[in-house]
Design a protein around this ligand. Structure first.
Ligand SMILES: *Cc1c(COP(=O)(O)O)cnc(C)c1O
Length: 496
């Protein structure tokens, strides 16, 4: 399988090259040249396989320059019981819906599903491509990617990892997880601004050729662990197959029945992985894109016009507080029949004017596979309280956005196909918000973050993850705060 850029199909590279590079040289994103067909019989067999084998099968369809033995070793290590418990991606029946829990990894958000895998693929990819430089993984995070990348790359030979997060844009638990990170090859810095400022700053560094030459002289090459990296996306395709296999196993569906997924969406990586699964032949009906008050994707899916010129809202689901969704570019490329020049023109319009319109044919293609909804904080809080009361199940605010949107979708459309709500974080990453939803603002007002977590544990009965409990006693090692313009200088300091 070869990979091409979303902005020009001229140059073709192997998966290993795409993973090492992160971004294509023309600024586009690497995408597979075609979608490998995955026979339904194989999905049926998956029902009897443990998660690491499911992941290896799906990834193997794309990472053809990696051997089966390599992928088996990566999957067994990445999704080992000491990192993910007995079941990395359990599917739970909750009320009329099914919840796919993707937060049983070391940092308790779904980013672990990919960021325990990417650091294992990266050294293999470096060897395959003959890269003998240090690879510096540069990350902009809305909260969860940062910690998951730090945890995944910590101690991985030949790599360093540097994370920028928006200074007031992450939850207290997310911030503590990052600034207490240990390890020689890890770096963390706050940026004054919101996630889009941090992401724009990182993209600027990636696009700066003089800076790349400067780093090359020091034997360092930049790469990305954001979901623009193909190595981030490919492990995510696997859990959609896994969810389908579990529905089969439980007898909820028969082989070939269609299933809908509702995905809480920010940078469009997670839901794009579901679309890839569909294109490989997984019987997926609608992909329901769930947004919070930053509903730029909702408007886009409804109208075919992407317009990032709008107020930025800080919400209780910070990992979805995003106005420029990077991975949408990969979907657009498929929807316009792989016209790289057209994609490039939309991305140029987005960069210069903050908006673009895709035209009727592309919009129609978009609506065939996707539906959209959004839920503000109030609706998400209401869903947390109600599902806790009615089903004895406690969701984090991101999952609650998707739950609320999934319910509204079913009510409006009458679509009765089984609906899987993708659950992206442990409620303990957002203890204050979840506790507020359950007990009201007054009950929570006087509590600090740790007291909120303790009270949440008493209220919901779900055991608090030990690594989150341990945050209280850890040293705060990373305390830098910079203006967006000073981000490159910070990277220089890290590299030296
Ligand atoms: C990253 C994240 C999301 C958004 O996922 P995308 O792939 O960026 O769309 C949703 N919820 C949580 C908890 C996250 O960490």
């Amino acid at each position: 399988m070869k990979y091409v850029s979303t902005r020009s199909s001229a140059e073709k590279v192997d998966a290993a090259q795409a993973i090492v590079a992160g971004l294509a040289p023309d600024g586009g994103l690497y995408v597979p040249e075609s979608f490998p067909a995955f026979a339904l019989g194989r999905v049926k067999d998956m029902a009897e396989q443990p998660y690491p084998d499911r992941a290896r099968e799906v990834m193997g369809a794309y990472l053809t320059d990696f051997s089966e033995a390599e992928l088996r070793a990566c999957a067994r290590q990445a999704y080992a019981p000491e990192r993910f418990g007995d079941c990395p991606a359990p599917l739970k029946a909750v009320g009329d819906l099914h919840v796919l829990e993707l937060w049983h990894g070391p940092t308790h958000a779904f980013k672990d599903m990919a960021l325990q895998m990417l650091p294992r693929l990266m050294p293999l990819a470096m060897k395959k491509t003959g890269v003998d430089k240090q690879v510096f993984i540069l990350v902009a995070t809305s909260g969860d990617t940062g910690k998951a990348a730090l945890e995944g790359f910590c101690g991985v030979e030949g790599t360093q990892v540097g994370v920028f997060y928006p200074v007031d844009g992450v939850s207290p638990a997310q911030k503590l997880q990052m600034i207490t990170q240990e390890g020689e090859n890890t770096h963390v810095c706050a940026v004054k601004g919101n996630f889009d400022d941090a992401q724009t700053g990182v993209k600027r560094i990636f696009g700066d050729e003089a800076f790349a030459r400067e780093l090359a002289e020091k034997g360092v090459e930049l790469s990305s662990a954001n979901s623009i990296n193909w190595g981030r996306l490919v492990p995510q395709v696997a859990y959609y197959f896994s969810a389908y296999a579990d529905l089969l196993k439980k007898g909820v569906i028969a082989l070939g029945d269609e299933v809908n997924f509702c995905v809480p969406t920010g940078n469009f990586g997670n839901i794009l992985a579901a679309y890839y699964a569909k294109r490989m032949g997984l019987p997926v009906g609608k992909l329901v894109c769930a947004s919070n008050a930053n509903n730029v994707l909702f408007d886009f899916i409804e109208q075919g016009v992407y317009n990032a010129n709008r107020p930025f809202h800080k919400t209780t689901s910070p990992s979805m507080d995003i106005l420029v969704s990077s991975n949408l570019e990969r979907l657009l490329y498929e929807l316009c029949d792989r016209d790289g020049a057209l994609v490039a023109s939309w991305m140029q319009a987005l960069k210069s004017g903050g908006t673009y319109a895709v035209g009727e044919a592309v919009h129609r293609a978009l609506m065939e596979s996707f539906a959209a909804g959004w839920a503000d904080d109030e609706k998400a809080m209401e869903a947390i309280a109600r599902v806790h009361a009615e089903c004895d199940y406690t969701m984090d605010p991101h999952t609650a956005v998707a739950w609320s949107v999934a319910e509204a979708y079913r009510a409006h459309t009458g679509d009765r196909r089984p609906m899987v709500v993708v659950s992206t974080a442990s409620p303990y990453k957002f203890s204050r918000s979840v506790l507020t939803a359950l007990q009201g603002a007054e009950a929570v007002q006087a509590l600090d973050e740790f007291a909120c977590a303790d009270a949440l544990e008493r209220a919901c009965g779900l055991p608090m993850p030990a690594s989150l409990r341990d945050l209280r006693s850890k040293a705060r090692r990373h305390n830098d705060v910079v203006e967006p313009a000073a981000m490159a200088d910070e990277v220089r300091r890290w590299v030296d």
